[in-house]
Design a protein around this ligand. Sequence first.
Ligand code: NAD
Length: 554
Amino acid sequence: MSPNWSDGARPVRAPRGTTLRCQGWPQEAALRMLMNNLDPEVAERPDDLVVYGGTGRAARSWAAFDAIVATLQQLAADETLLVQSGKPVGVFRTHEWAPRVLIANSNLVPDWADWDEFRRLEDLGLTMYGQMTAGSWIYIGTQGILQGTYECFATIASRRFGGSLRGTLTLTAGLGGMGGAQPLAVTMNDGVALCVEVDPRRIERRLHDEYLDEATDDVDDALARLAAAQAEGRPLSVGLLGNAADVVPRLAASDVAVDIVTDQTSAHDPLSYVPTGLAVEEADELRRRDPESYAKRSRQSMAEHCAGMVAFLDKGAEVFDYGNSLRAEARHAGFHRAFDYPGFIPAYIRPLFCEGKGPFRWVALSGDPADIAATDAAVLAEFPDNEPLVRWVRMAGERVRFQGLPARICWLGYGERDRMGLRFNELVASGRVSAPIVIGRDHLDAGSVASPYRETEAMADGSDAIADWPLLNALLNTASGASWVSIHHGGGVGIGRSIHAGVVAVADGSDLAAEKLARVLSNDPGTGVMRHLDAGYDDARRVARERGVQIPMP
Ligand code: NAD
């Protein structure tokens, strides 16, 4: 019997402005970001405390949420709150350089780390699924993945299509919290996208948030609209109500010419993916009544979905996994060619990780969009010669609709993040932004993850499964002055498949914040350079040498 997640549910929205409810800005920032994660504009299923990514939650229960809020309001500047899988479990005296919150989510001892054991413990109310930024309180809505998705498509455009996706067709699935970024990322690259989604509410939401242009439940209608746009070189995204495990193999067997194929359904979790032949409500009912046969049907459908993608690969399309374990689940169901196509990290992202480059993000605690405009201007002033970055920040300013507190993301590397963090701290100190800025990142980053199906797939030295690295990353961030630090298991690829760490630092304009930001925002990406150098990547060795990352055995 699952816990009643919605017991005590109510709409939550982060406070705005400069009035403190807590004893300091770091505590206030944690409180506002927890609440922001559950804002109905931000979270996918806020009543159930689900932020994104299948069942990625911000707190174990509504009672635990209330207790975290009450504790943060009392927490002194030399105390640290410990949160165990969404439940506040202790407050200890530390010191002002220590994090105000330390979080551990979904961790299990390796021999016990499978979905069955996780569900047993979750049903007993002893754990929760933290995903990545859900349980570590630094989710910023669909924008959080938008630039990464945009850059992947831009890389494909420059490698295969002469620098632009104009006139090309991308086929993908899943329009959830993260997957919803795909249509906008394709149209930002001037392409057209067909996005298959089984839940009509998710399609509505992406239309409302202006990530998706149009919708239909008729595949021929969708293809006709997309073909017209392709012929005119006009960007267009169409959401198609349907099941990817039906649509993808059917299109692969047809003569429709598709250029790029990927997927971002919730395939990390067989109880979140929707099997063929079931409407969303029927799937909910079967999941409750008979989770075992649900998981079996779900894996079978994933095998069919994945086989459709491999059929597109055979026809010459650019096919890649977008970090959700579809391949692993399909192989589990007996499809042996599941890993014929690569994951997006080895295919497009690893050279960035070698430079410590990853998804740096920040949030204006004031709630005022003008503060993000001021930070955007600061980024443009700081890095005027970084052409892709300038293009991204300008485009994001024009096209990204904020969800919850105004926020921005841009990928920065070693030596760049600390510069930007210090600039933001100066903006706060000088009053050019009206309240402190929270700075964090996804756990999907250069030095913070061990995930053999994603971030550490196909490492040069075969060290894919070594999980010491994210643990060292979390320990170092704790020692460097972060405001909150987290260690998670599971995340984007599911239980048993990854260990990763999160970090957040608050720019409140003080001298102490500047000292902390300088350390955290260089040490954190520094672990990415270190990890890739250790694995034998020459790019990382060069970056360490040029930018002064100290490595005892280079
Ligand atoms: P989500 O739970 O918010 O959305 C998943 C969507 O997939 C839902 O809208 C659901 O209705 C849809 N779906 C499920 N089965 C389907 C099917 N058979 N056909 C069509 N649609 C189906 O999840 P999310 O936050 O969007 O994340 C998507 C996946 O990506 C998850 O597995 C997540 O763990 C992973 N993820 C990847 C990255 C990355 O960087 N690549 C980052 C975060 C999460």
